[in-house]
Design a protein. Structure first.
Length: 111
């Protein structure tokens, strides 16, 4: 296997978000990495009890700062956090869900 072939599997996804008035926000989303999953386990999820607990503020911060690589127009992670709730919700719907991340964490991945 070639290094370039392996890294090509890590390409970002381009997602268009309708923000109203015929305007589109383009968000580029990186795929989750092994280290992202470790970060989730260490900083977002508490799996010590019977029912896993999620720190939602940490989860949303993780999603907006670590998975969004860039936007058009160019917005910083702080800008993204200041978007109106209806636009931020549309962005969240395009990002991996907590269930998606849970599936990755439980599909043979070990801490």
């Amino acid at each position: 296997m070639e290094k370039n072939s392996l890294l090509a599997k890590k390409s970002e996804e381009r997602i268009e978000i309708d923000v109203g008035d015929d305007e589109i926000l383009v968000v580029y989303v990186k795929p989750l990495t092994f280290l992202d999953l470790q970060y989730l386990l260490d900083n977002v999820l508490d799996v010590n009890g019977e029912t896993p607990q999620v720190d939602l503020a940490s989860l949303f911060d993780f999603l907006f700062t670590r998975l969004i690589s860039r936007t058009e127009p160019d917005l910083t992670p702080d800008d993204l956090k200041l978007l109106p709730a209806e636009i931020a919700q549309k962005i969240l719907m395009a990002l991996p869900s907590l269930n998606d991340m849970g599936d990755l964490l439980t599909s043979g991945f070990r801490n």
